[in-house]
Design a protein. Structure first.
Length: 381
């Protein structure tokens, strides 16, 4: 009898999950605005305009090498780009080998006259090598060059790194290997090309270049909690809601492309479900990510969700507050180590969810240790 009921429950659950799977949005592929993996034997002349030194540019095994002589070698994208509400991300996987090697939007703004801007990574001339500088330069009507940002960043040369420039309508940020290194408010409203430049005999190798458009979306880490306390040592999962709005339908996102994390690390969801999390009449996604795989540590202040939708890539961040990080013997009374978080609702335990690994049960992240302690203590008094 009991076994029959269990079997029936299992069957009902299976049908429900199967039907959810059937009605999940079809896999969508967001197309980059520019992508070149440098496969082939010659530079793709539909994507790149060789400004100087074309004879020094070679393609082999999926790598573009700029080498040869001390003259300028430079290619610019034929397309120019400009963020319009969304944010542009220009990335390249590059191996630097010498001074004066550059990647970015309108490399060397200084050589243009009139009001133009340029932002790029530049190895500059330096004595020691191994530093790339995040640069923003603006040239005025009177050809005056203003340096908006100059931030040296240590990198190892003769190794591949991923350099990314994040260009929103109001800010520019520089990332190396997924970690943000510099950010400043800066408005540049001219469409710009993406360029690669090598001005020295040392080789500069590029594995790929990509420019993508990212639609800003809204997420809620730990729905129901404002502080979003997370214990980085937890073996549980972190619930993250991807919310629909009047201008964005979360259902257009392919859940298979969603990732979440911090500090250059990200992970795919262990579970997901469709539910109107904020009760506004529009379906949202609720994802659960294994805490241990998110890269969130005791110094993390925010975490980011990324994914692909039908008409572009999505990205959103929300704050996190690491808890349970202080050692037990640091002199702080345990109850004062963490302010009590607003109690989280039992949330998603009662809702059917997709499970990428059937049979494995993952418990939602328990309340923070500080919170439990305070509750227990007040009960005992
Ligand atoms: Ca390649
Ligand atoms: Ca929250
Ligand atoms: Ca909703």
């Amino acid at each position: 009898m009991k076994s029959f009921k269990l079997k029936r429950l299992f069957l009902v659950s299976f049908v429900f999950i199967a039907s959810l799977t059937l009605f999940s949005p079809a896999a969508v592929q967001a197309a980059p605005l520019l992508y070149d993996d440098f496969d082939g034997t010659v530079l793709d002349s539909s994507k790149w305009n060789v400004i100087e030194g074309g004879e020094s540019i070679q393609l082999s095994d999926g790598i573009m090498t700029m080498q040869g002589d001390p003259n300028h070698k430079r290619i610019d994208s034929f397309d120019s780009f400009q963020p319009s509400g969304d944010t542009l991300f220009a990335s390249a996987r590059i191996q630097l080998g010498g001074n004066y090697q550059k990647f970015g939007f309108r490399i060397n703004a200084a050589e243009f006259s009139g009001p133009v801007c340029g932002f790029y990574f530049d190895t500059l001339e330096n004595e020691n090598g191994g530093t790339v500088t995040a640069l923003i330069r603006e040239v005025s009507d009177t050809d005056t060059v203003t340096e908006i940002l100059t931030v040296p960043i240590d990198v190892t040369w003769n190794e591949f790194h991923t350099f990314t420039i994040e260009w929103s309508p109001t800010e520019i940020a520089f990332h190396v290997d997924g970690v943000e290194k510099a950010r400043t408010s800066f408005v540049c409203d001219t469409p710009l090309t993406v360029g690669i430049w090598n001005d020295r005999p040392e080789s500069m190798l590029t594995d790929w270049v990509e420019v993508i458009n990212v639609i800003p979306v809204s997420i809620d880490i730990k729905p129901g909690s404002i502080t979003n306390s997370i214990n980085p040592r937890s073996r549980g999962v972190i619930p993250v809601a991807l919310l629909s709005t009047d201008t964005f339908d979360a259902m257009m996102v392919d859940p298979a492309t969603v990732k979440f994390g911090a500090n250059g690390i990200s992970t795919s969801p262990a579970h997901f479900a469709i539910e109107d999390i904020n009760h506004d009449g529009m379906d949202d996604y609720i994802f659960q990510f294994r805490t241990q795989q998110t890269g969130i540590d005791c110094n993390t202040e925010s975490a980011t969700l990324t994914g692909e939708a039908a008409d572009g890539f999505i990205e959103a961040s929300d704050s996190v507050r690491p808890v349970g990080c202080q050692s037990a013997n640091n002199g702080t009374p345990p109850g004062l180590q963490n302010k009590p978080d607003k109690p989280d609702p039992p949330a998603f335990e009662n809702h059917p969810v997709h499970d990428s690994k059937p049979g494995k049960d993952i418990h939602p992240e328990p309340n923070t240790p500080g919170q439990n302690k305070i509750k227990t203590e007040s009960k005992n008094k």
